[in-house]
Structure formats: structure tokens, C-alpha cells
Design a protein around this ligand. Structure first.
Ligand code: EPU
Length: 299
């Protein structure tokens, strides 16, 4: 039996072969994944992991792909997308319990409906809870790591583990959760708030985002981390790079730390543009910019 029919036989969820990753990234860029699976449930996930282990097939887990640049030749092995079936969310007192596949936007609304405060800053951040925790998403002032109480993860051998927030090594735009663990579930500690104040704060955060960030063309948010005490966007603008274009990838005129896909941008265009930005900022200002987005796959 071919590997493809074997996979179809053991997996209950949606299985696709040579699936363009451009369909699963907010950049709308990315070559094909050899195998792309939306596991049906936890049992299905365990079966997939066991199959991959046995056949020595690499695994790559994604959420909504909002912080991801997949190179043009795509991803070898199995890509697992948790979004579809790992999406439950509820509150228990002032704690929000949610699956890794839940969209942040849905969580903010749930918290606001229950008059729970602490998650307002997340409004407008695209992506899933799982991705947000792995990358400690947030603003300059607050990040998701500040409110995580604990998470449940699955190891590649199928065992489950609960990790407390202090085990996760949250730092600026990073956690220490290894790629050999799949984040399944998290509990977020919020506090009771005033419903009007919660909505007002959300409106302010959203207005701030709309006025400073380009939200209409495909992008992956800020492409570089902020160097300590400064803003990458400010430095890139200072170097006169707003509007700089390679192929169909362009540096936003609104926020210089955003690269926009004008239509048919390839990952190679974005990478060339990012290399150019790093070189110019290093030469002119002496600052080394580090990518904030995750770059994966084959060139
Ligand atoms: N600025 C410029 N030119 C630009 C962009 C920004 O001069 O093109 C200046 C602004 O005027 C401001 C300062 O730089 O004085 C900071 O800008 P901003 O408030 O837009 O924040 P940021 O540091 O560029 C960070 C996060 C964003 C997050 C905002 C929330 C990083 C890399 N970026 O951006 O996160 O939305 O704060 O205010 O940490 C992301 O993670 O993908 C992301 C976009």
C-alpha cells in the first residue's frame, strides 16, 4: 500500500496531499505541504503522531498561520492544523479555558461577554490561542504569557502533560515550548471587570491598531522583533525603506515593519526584501534586526 493510502486509512480527519500552504497563511504565500491534516479529535492526533514516528516523517504544527512565512518549495512531511477540531472555549469563574485552535478574536468576545478583564489587549491580533502562546503574542505593554495559568500539551509519543506558566519561559515574543510538543489547551487567568470599561478599552486598542497598521492586504504582522528600547518600524522608516518593493512584496507605507503581499508575492521576494532591510539598517544605524515571523519550509 502506498504511503498516501496508508495515511488515508489510519486518519479520520481531513487529509490532503500537496496542499498549497498559501491557503493556510495570512501572507497567502507558501509552497505545498506533502501531507496536510486536520485531525478529527485527540485520538486521531495520537494515531497521526504514532504513524509519523513509525515512518520517521517530520511533523509541523500550525494554527492559523498568521506569523508564518512558508518558503516556495513548501514543507516536507506532515503539517497538522489544529484549528478546526481543537476549538472549544468556556469560562470557569474568572478563568478562561480554551482549545489551542480557538481564534483570539473569539476569546476576547467571550471574556467581554462574561465581564472578565485582562484580555482586551488581544483585540485585533489575528491567529489562534496556541500560536499566540507559543510566540507570546502581544503589544509592548502586555503579552499573552502574563495571563496564562497553565497549558496542556501532547508529546510526540502521545502522552499528555500539564505545564504551569512559569515552566514556559515566556520572554519577548517567545516561549520555551519545544517543537516536539503540541499545545492542546490553555487556561487564562482574568479578573472581574466593568463591562463598559472592557468594551471601551477594546475599542481603544482596535482604533490604535487601525490607525497605525495596514490591515487590508495579506501580511504576517510585524516581520522583525523590536530591538531593545526601540521600534523596528521606526528604524526601517528612518532608513527610507517604506514602499521598497521586491517582486510583489512591498514594505508598507503605513507601518515599516509590515511587509505586504500585493498579490502573487513569493516567499523568495519577502526574504530578499527582509535581507535588504537588515543590511540597510545594520549599515546605516548599526542595529541587527531579528526576524519576528517564523520562516519554514524549503527554498
Ligand atoms: N513608528 C515609526 N514608523 C513606522 C512604524 C512605527 O516611526 O513605520 C514609530 C511609531 O510612531 C511609534 C513607535 O515607532 O512611535 C512604535 O510603533 P507602534 O506603536 O506601531 O509599535 P511597534 O513597536 O511598531 C509593537 C508590536 C506590534 C503591536 C504594537 C502595538 C513588535 C515587533 N511589534 O509594534 O506587534 O501590534 O506594538 O502597539 O513587538 C506583531 O507582533 O506582529 C505586531 C505587529
Amino acid at each position: 500500500m502506498s504511503l498516501q493510502s496508508e495515511i488515508r486509512k489510519v486518519v479520520k480527519g481531513d487529509v490532503r496531499f500537496d496542499e498549497p500552504m498559501s491557503r493556510h497563511t495570512s501572507f497567502r504565500i507558501g509552497g505545498p505541504a506533502d501531507v496536510f491534516i486536520l485531525p478529527k479529535d485527540l485520538e486521531d492526533l495520537i494515531v497521526i503522531l504514532a504513524f509519523a514516528q513509525k515512518q520517521s516523517i517530520p511533523i509541523f504544527v500550525i494554527g492559523q498561520g498568521t506569523n508564518l512565512l512558508v518558503r516556495d518549495k513548501g514543507i516536507r512531511g506532515i503539517v497538522i492544523k489544529l484549528a478546526a477540531y481543537f476549538g472549544g472555549a468556556k469560562t470557569e469563574g474568572d478563568v478562561v479555558c480554551a482549545g489551542a485552535g480557538v481564534r483570539l478574536g473569539r476569546l476576547v468576545k467571550l471574556a467581554a461577554n462574561k465581564s472578565l478583564s485582562g484580555l482586551e489587549f488581544v483585540v485585533g491580533i489575528p491567529g489562534t490561542l496556541g500560536g499566540a502562546i507559543m510566540t507570546n503574542a502581544g503589544l509592548e505593554s502586555s503579552c499573552i504569557g502574563d495571563i496564562v495559568r497553565d497549558v496542556q500539551v501532547m508529546l510526540f509519543d502521545g502522552t499528555l502533560e500539564t505545564l504551569d506558566s512559569q515552566d514556559l519561559g515566556f520572554d519577548y515574543r517567545s516561549s520555551n515550548l519545544p517543537k516536539t510538543m503540541i499545545l492542546l489547551h490553555a487556561r487564562l487567568k482574568l479578573h472581574e471587570g466593568n463591562p463598559d470599561e472592557i468594551l471601551e478599552t477594546m475599542k481603544l486598542f482596535m482604533a490604535q491598531r487601525r490607525s497605525t497598521q495596514p490591515l487590508s492586504l495579506p501580511n504576517a504582522g510585524c516581520v522583525f522583533k523590536n530591538p531593545s528600547g526601540d521600534s523596528a518600524g521606526r528604524l526601517i522608516e528612518m532608513c527610507g525603506l517604506k514602499g521598497r518593493r521586491v517582486g510583489e512584496a512591498v514594505i508598507s507605507a503605513k507601518h515599516a515593519n509590515f511587509v505586504l503581499n500585493l498579490g502573487g508575492a513569493r516567499a523568495a521576494d519577502v526574504i530578499r526584501l527582509m535581507d535588504e532591510v537588515r543590511n540597510v539598517v545594520r549599515t546605516r544605524i548599526g542595529v541587527e534586526l531579528e526576524p519576528e515571523i517564523e520562516i519554514c519550509g524549503e527554498a
